[in-house]
Structures are given as C-alpha cells and as structure tokens.
Design a binder for this molecule. Structure first.
Ligand SMILES: Cc1cc2nc3c(=O)[nH]c(=O)nc-3n(C[C@H](O)[C@H](O)[C@H](O)COP(=O)(O)OP(=O)(O)OC[C@H]3O[C@@H](n4cnc5c(N)ncnc54)[C@H](O)[C@@H]3O)c2cc1C
Ligand SMILES: NC(=O)c1ccc[n+]([C@@H]2O[C@H](COP(=O)([O-])OP(=O)(O)OC[C@H]3O[C@@H](n4cnc5c(N)ncnc54)[C@H](O)[C@@H]3O)[C@@H](O)[C@H]2O)c1
Ligand code: SF4
Ligand code: FES
Length: 813
C-alpha cells in the first residue's frame, strides 16, 4: 500500500510557481498530487519573451515553457482560464471561478503582479491597455494593423520594450515619461541620455517630465492631455508605469499582506501550509519584479516542500538588461551615489559606450554599462559574491583582460570554483551544473546548442559570456577558441559571413540576416553596422549605405557631445591652413555663437557646442570639406613642417601629408584611421603611433604601420623603406585596402596586425603586382565617394533631418 499522497495546489500558472513545481518534481517525484489553477487560457509561458514576440524576434509558440503534454506526463491536474476566487484556510480549500472546490494540504500562491493602471479620466476607453500577457501582446499587434499612432506611458524597462515592439509593428511611437531621464530606476543620467539618443535614432519619440492628466477621445482613446495643457495624439495607449503584487486573494483569506504577501526565508506565509512565491510575495520588505530572484525563491520552496535541506532564501541582488535590439544596456546592484560610495566612470562618446562602477567599503556594489554589456555577467558575479576589489578598481574600470576577470582569479578559475547549483542564466534559472552537463553529456558544443538544450542565454542574453566561458572549459575541444559569432545574433565569424555574402551574392543587410539564419531578425548594434560596412566594402558600386545601421555620429556627420550638441571639424589638409581660412572659420564661430574653439590632437580646429539645427547652415557657410572627425574613416594626416622650414628636415613632409589626405579622405574603413608624416627621424608628427606613418630618412621614406595612441598604446612596425612619393602612395593604398578587405569591423589596424601577424601583412604586400591590384580597388572605391556635408547642404530632404523637433519634444538630437 502506498502512503496517501499529499495534495498540493498551486494558484498561478506563471513563471515562479511552475518553476517551483518543476524543481519539486525532480526532488520528490510522486510525493504530491499536484493541481494548478491559471487565470490565463495558456500553458506556462516565458513572459519575458513577450517583448521579443512584439519585436518580431520570437513567435508565440517559441515562448511556451511547458506545453500541455508536460502537465499530463507529470500527472498534474491543470485548470486554465479558471482563476481561484477564494481560499479558506480553516477548511483548507480553494474555490475557482468555474465552481471547483478543492482541498489542499499545502497551498502555493503565485499570482504574480497586476500592471499598475493610472486612474486617469478616460482610462476606461477602448485602446487603453497594459503590457503584461499574451492577450495584451495580441491587442497591440491588432491595433498596429488598424492604427498608426501609439503612446506608451512610462519610460522604464517595460515601456521601452513595448515602444520598440510597436515601432517594429510600423507604428509611430511616443514614450511619455514622468522623470527627466529614462529608466531612472536602473540608470544614472549619463547612461540614460545615451540610451535616449540611440532610441531616438531608431525612431522613438520622447516626452519627458510629462504628467498625464487625462486620456482624450470618444469611445476610443485618441491621445493624452498633460497637466501643463499640452497634448499628444495616439490611438493606442499602453500603460507601463510599474506593477503591484497581486495580493487580493490572500488578503481576503486573512493572510498577512503588506505590499506583497509577507513570507519568511522558507516562503511561508502567516498561515500554516500556505506559501507565496514570485512577484506576489514580499520577502524582508522586498517584492521583486524580475525573474532571477523569483526562480531562486522557487528553488528554496521546492526543497522545503520536498523535505530536502535548505538554508532558506536570503534575498537577492538584481541585474537587468534592456531587451531592445540595437541597444545594449545593463544595470546591476546600486547605481546611486551616496557619501559612503565612490564611483568610477568611463564614457566614450565616439564609440557610444559608458561604464560606471559603484564601490563601497572596497567592494563593488553596482554597475551600469551602456553600448558594450559584455562584462555585465562578470561584474554581476563580483557584486553578488561581495568580494573585495580593493586596489583593482581601475583595472575593473578599464575592462577584463582575457585571463583576468575582476582583476583577481582568472575567469576560468572563477568559473571552475563556482558550485554546480550556482545560477548562470538568471532569466531561465539555468545552473552551472546543467550547462556543464549539456556540454559534456549531451554534446552541445556551441552557445546555440546550449541555448536550445538548456534555454541558457535564450532571453536577455546577459549570461552569454559566462556560457561561453563554460564552453571553453568543458567542451571536448577545451583550449581551442570557442567559435564565436560577431555578436549574439549569429555564430558565424566575420570571415564566414564575408565568404557567404560573396558566395551567395547577398546584397543587403536583411538578406544576409535572413539567409544566414540570424537568431534576431532585426540584428543588433554590433552586427548591423558590421554588415553595412562589409557590404559597402564588397560592392562599392551597387550597395546603398544603410544610414540606420550607422552609429549616431556617422548619421549626423558630426560628433555628438555629452550635452546633446555637436562639434564641427572642417578638413584642413595636412594641418596646413592660411590666414584667410582661419578668418573665415573665426567669423563663422562668432556668427553661430560657438562656445568653444579648440585645436585637436590631429592639428585641426574643433568648433564645439553647435546645435543640431545649425549644422547644415554652418557647413554651407564654411564651404569646406568635412573633416570626418566622427567616422570610421581617414581622420587626419598630421604633419611636421619638414624641409620647407625646418633645418633638420630632409623631405617635404607637409606636401606628402597633404597628398595622402587628399587621396584617402572619405574612405570607409573598419575603424578610424590616422596618418602622420614626419620630415626627419626626430619624428615631430608622432608617425610611430599612427595607423600608417611615414618618416623621412636620407634619400627616402620609412613606412610604418599598426601604431596606436589612446588606451592601448602600440608603436608601429616598419613595413618597408621607399625612395619616392609615388611609392609611398602605392604602399599606403595597398596597406589601407588590405586592411579594409580583411579586418573585422571596429578593429583598429593595431589590433588587426596583432591578430593576423606582421609577417602575414608583409607577405600580402610584398609583390608589386599585388600592391597595384589593391591600389586599383581602393582608387575605384574612392572614385565613388562624395562629401557628406555637401550632400546634405544641397539636398532639401536630407536637411529636414536636422530640423528642430516640435516644441513638445526635448531637442536632444
Ligand atoms: C513584457 C515583459 C517583459 C519582461 N522582461 C523581463 C526580463 O527581461 N527579465 C526579467 O527578469 N523579468 C522580466 N519581466 C518580468 C517577469 O516576467 C516577471 O517577473 C515574472 O513573470 C513574474 O513571475 P510570477 O510567476 O511571479 O508571475 P506571472 O508570470 O505573472 O504569473 C502569475 C500567473 O498567475 C495568474 N493568476 C493571477 N491570479 C490568479 C488566480 N486568482 N488564479 C489563478 N491564476 C492566477 C496570472 O494570470 C499569471 O498567469 C518581464 C515582464 C513583462 C510583462
Ligand atoms: N528587461 C527587463 O528586465 C524587463 C523588461 C520588462 C519588464 N520588466 C519588469 O516588469 C515590471 C514592470 O516594468 P515597468 O517598466 O512597468 O516598471 P518600472 O517600475 O521599472 O518602471 C515604470 C516607469 O514608469 C515611470 N512612471 C511612473 N508613473 C508615470 C507616469 N504617470 N507617467 C509617465 N511615467 C511614469 C517611472 O518613472 C518608471 O521609470 C518591472 O518589475 C520590471 O523590472 C523587466
Ligand atoms: S620631424 Fe624633423 S623635419 Fe619635422 S619638424 Fe621635427 S625635426 Fe623638423
Ligand atoms: S540571464 Fe538573461 S538570458 Fe540568461
């Protein structure tokens, strides 16, 4: 005779509750007769991925976690579309809307949250919705087929993901936010402003510091009215202003409720035999709104119910990653600054990256990353472990070297030291042990295979670097580099992609992503600009540059500054100017009230603080070519005075520099390129830290390549010595074209040479016939280029992009 099974009832067929049941089935199979009630008419699905469904990255069927068969196979009685309406803790029964009455021995409440709906006049109109479940998602897709304009209230994670989805569905989208910058719960102002600029460039419009007073329209919403009297139109209004734990059922049953249902470290509520888990639960004063902590709770609850040993749940540090393609934002722990904290920040407006670390008592307590979030999971792991980073703070800020994570133990030894049950993928609750098992026993030897097998990295992608690290350690090919795609959207390398583009004659970005099986059909901020570059490089005659895939500075042909203004740098060949030219520049600086005029390190004049709408007029007045100070292209050729005036000079360095600059200006390159020419080995133009440097020697020129200043200083390698200026031009052309054809997008010449080796580059340039063939190709490409400033000045349509935004919108771009 079997002992009578205990009856376990779960209210809420969502992420946290079902996760606890999954654990329980593994820990104590057969211990309970399990019944699950769900309000929604679906099996358990991954709510996180609703954003991807809306943005076209996943289908409804992709997001099911446990299908109908799973419940049957595990003997679970499932009642979907039938919410529980009453709990009676005295008779230990629950009642459902359809009239079922069921007894329980143990009861789990996992009712999640309800979206907070602003109680505005007009909030009951048609077209006013939240974004919480499949039904909301379907309503948005429907609305996008009938209406054009959407307004999202709330510039937090959910609001921005909803807005991105609606943009993808072809709607014109305004995001209304109450605060003066976006995602203020996860980001500081600097990161938020960078985020806003990127989203604006994707087409999102923002109304900041706006307090909605009412929703206008007759039966259906037609827009919002704000407390300052201004208005915005919209046939669809999505409220994404936060959530509130769904506690009414528990409250009515007399269970202790604060903001959430109060639970102890074992997820027990005030009533014996009744537990709460997930967003509806409040543990030590916190009701979490992210999946990772809820899964941790679920694991503890399962152990407790299985009678297994557990220390209980002690609370979680959380991290978030915005799931918007083309934008990388990560935030973990505390990002606010207090008298007790110190913060280290690094901002690079050129590459659009930002990193902030918050330190307290020698420990990392928070991190914000924008533009490059690859270190997110490592930083998060350091925060969670609470280990000391004293003395290594700057190293952490500058970034992990491949062997050193967190400036202490190597990434490999850190991963090895992790216990098997440590969670690597918070979104899907996948532990290190599960991933290691998938690699060693199930033959998963790529990140994609691990994703399909375990779901690790299938949601926000934040854990991908750790998954890759485990793959390095446990795969049979351990020691060999993991085959890594150019970004999370593909496992293909740069060389594979370029080869496939050539082989299949793929002609545009979407074709490449589609044919080569991108996991994210929209691509991301890494692959889109890369593909745009590779296609332009391969097909200079046919390919039409895709402006949306360029970084902000390249789209506006000017460098965006931290206050949202731009800088203008006209081209001054070789850094050689004249009194007339200087006078003209000065007059224009006065006319447009340029607040700062500065000489750059590359010997150019930088006019800083220019308003976006003034850019075309200034370019027109200047009537000078663009200095391309903003792009992945030839920036400057720095020169010394050379033998024209200097008594040491042996050659005409200014003349040579001007010739080089005139030849290669406007050239698209994988990363920025800087040249210099010095008139003698004293090398006043610093040619030995440039991508291509030319140093005069007696009777000729020494040619240098692969130098770099900045963070990773690298001195050049000498690639040859030549006699004539024509030979300098031949070698410069051949070297630059080889770099164009073979480097990875965003890879400087220094990194490229380190990667492929100097001998390889020398060998490719050794024969004159090869150099001439490369020269011919670069000259053909150069013959097709035009000056971008002139193009905009002469084209009314293009000029419109620089017009100020309407008065209700902040003029940030
Ligand atoms: C669009 C979107 C994107 C998100 N993205 C992320 C992300 O990237 N990362 C992240 O960590 N988090 C994300 N979240 C939050 C995450 O989805 C939630 O934290 C998580 O789903 C909460 O799990 P839960 O089980 O507590 O609640 P839910 O998943 O909401 O499950 C609760 C279930 O209980 C049901 N229910 C309620 N009352 C009753 C009742 N009386 N009877 C029966 N059933 C009932 C509800 O209908 C619901 O199905 C996102 C949320 C949304 C909406
Ligand atoms: N990528 C992710 O991790 C992700 C994605 C989506 C949702 N979520 C989770 O889902 C839950 C809901 O997300 P959310 O963004 O709604 O919540 P939230 O509380 O994080 O953000 C709500 C935002 O709305 C703003 N707001 C409040 N009142 C407003 C008003 N009257 N007008 C305009 N703006 C107003 C707030 O300033 C805040 O920034 C959260 O728990 C969130 O963590 C997470
Ligand atoms: S590099 Fe030589 S030629 Fe040029 S300025 Fe210096 S000393 Fe004069
Ligand atoms: S942590 Fe989000 S997918 Fe793994």
């Amino acid at each position: 005779m079997h002992a009578q099974k205990k009856k376990l009832v779960l209210i809420g067929n969502g992420m946290a509750g079902v996760r606890a049941v999954e654990h329980l089935l593994k820990l104590a199979p057969g211990k309970y007769d399990i019944t699950i009630f769900g309000s929604e008419p679906h099996p358990n699905y991954n709510r996180i991925l609703l954003s991807s469904v809306l943005a076209g990255g996943a289908s409804m069927s992709d997001i099911v976690i446990n299908d109908w068969d799973w419940y049957k196979e595990n003997g679970i009685a499932l009642h979907t579309g039938d919410p529980v309406t009453k709990i009676d803790t005295t008779s230990k029964t629950v009642e459902s809307k359809k009239g079922l009455k069921l007894a329980y021995d143990e009861l789990i409440i996992a009712t999640g949250s309800n979206p907070f709906m602003l109680p505005l006049p007009g909030a009951d109109k048609e077209g006013v919705i939240a974004f919480r479940d499949i039904q909301d998602c379907e309503k948005m897709i429907d609305a996008s087929q009938k209406y054009k304009k959407a307004v999202v209230i709330g510039g937090g994670l959910l609001g921005l993901e909803a807005a991105r989805g609606l943009l993808h569905l072809g709607m014109d989208v305004h995001v209304v936010h109450i605060h003066h910058y976006l995602m203020e719960r996860q980001l500081d102002e600097a990161a938020a402003k960078m985020l806003q600029r990127e989203l604006e460039a994707q087409g999102m419009k923002f109304l900041l510091q706006k307090n909605t007073a009412s929703i206008k329209g007759k039966r259906r919403a037609s827009g919002l009215v704000f407390s300052d009297g201004s208005e915005v139109d919209g046939d669809l209004v999505v409220m994404a202003v936060g959530i509130k734990p769904n506690v009414e059922l528990a409250r009515a049953a007399g269970i202790e409720v604060n903001r959430g249902i109060v639970v102890n470290d074992f997820l027990q509520t005030s009533e014996p035999g009744v537990y709460a888990v997930g967003e509806c639960a409040e543990h030590r004063g916190i009701a979490y709104g992210l999946v990772a902590p809820l899964y941790e709770q679920g694991a503890v609850l399962a152990k407790h119910l299985a009678g297994a040993e557990t220390d209980g749940y002690h609370g979680s540090v959380t991290s978030t990653k915005l799931k918007v393609s083309g934008v990388d934002v990560f935030s973990a722990g505390r990002f606010d600054e207090t008298p007790q904290t110190r913060s280290l920040k690094m901002q690079d407006d050129m590459s659009g990256t930002y990193k902030k670390l918050v330190i307290q008592d020698g420990k990392l307590v928070g991190a914000v990353l924008f533009g490059d979030t690859s270190e997110g999971s490592e930083l998060f792991s350091i925060i969670r472990k609470g280990e000391s980073v004293e003395g290594r703070e700057k190293e952490l800020l500058l970034g992990f070297s491949p062997s050193q994570a967190g400036g202490g133990a190597s990434k490999e030894s850190r991963l090895l030291a992790m216990p098997d049950d440590e969670i690597i993928c918070g979104c899907n609750g996948v532990s290190k042990g599960t991933i290691a098992d998938a690699i060693t026993s199930k033959g998963c030897n790529t990140v994609g295979a691990i994703k399909s097998c375990t779901k690790a990295s299938a949601s926000c992608g934040g854990c991908k670097p750790l998954v890759e690290g485990l793959l390095q350690i446990y795969s049979e090919n351990a020691g060999e580099p993991v085959k890594e795609g150019i970004c999370g959207c593909t496992t293909l390398s740069r060389d594979e992609i370029v080869a496939e583009i050539k082989r299949m004659e793929l002609m545009n970005i979407y074709e490449v992503m589609n044919v080569l099986g991108w996991s994210n059909p929209e691509g991301c901020s890494k692959c889109r600009p890369s593909l745009n570059y590779y296609l332009g490089m391969l097909y200079p005659d046919q390919y039409v540059d895709e402006k949306e895939s360029r970084i902000t500075n390249e789209r506006y042909h000017a460098n965006i500054q931290k206050d949202g203004t731009f800088s203008v740098v006209p081209r001054i060949y070789g850094g050689v100017t004249s009194p007339e030219e200087l006078k003209k520049i000065a007059e224009i600086a006065v006319k447009y009230e340029v607040p700062l005029v500065k000489f750059t390190g590359g010997q150019r004049l930088d006019l800083l603080g220019v308003k976006k709408e003034d850019l075309p007029k200034m370019w027109e007045d200047l009537d000078m070519p663009s200095g391309h100070a903003y792009g992945k292209t030839l920036r400057t050729v720095k020169t010394c005075v050379g033998n024209t005036f200097c008594r040491f000079g042996t050659q005409d360095s200014m003349g040579m520099g001007i010739k080089l600059e005139k030849a290669f200006e406007r050239l698209n390159t994988p990363a920025k390129v800087k040249l210099a020419v010095s008139g003698c080995p004293r090398n006043c133009a610093e040619a030995s830290i440039k991508d291509f440097g030319v140093i005069a020697i007696d009777g000729g020129w020494e040619l240098h390549v692969g130098g770099n200043g900045g963070v990773h200083v690298r001195a050049t390698d000498v690639i040859g010595v030549v006699k004539t200026e024509d030979e300098v031009m031949e070698w410069a052309s051949a070297f630059l074209q080889l770099y164009r054809e073979e480097a990875i997008w965003n890879e400087r010449t220094a990194q490229w040479i380190e990667r492929v080796g100097l001998d390889y580059v020398k060998q490719k340039l050794e024969k004159q016939e090869d150099r001439l063939a490369l020269k011919e190709r670069i000259e053909h490409t150069l013959s097709l280029t035009t000056d971008p400033w002139k193009q905009i000045v002469e084209n009314k349509e293009l000029r419109k992009n620089f017009e100020p935004l309407p008065a209700t919108q902040p003029a940030t771009l």
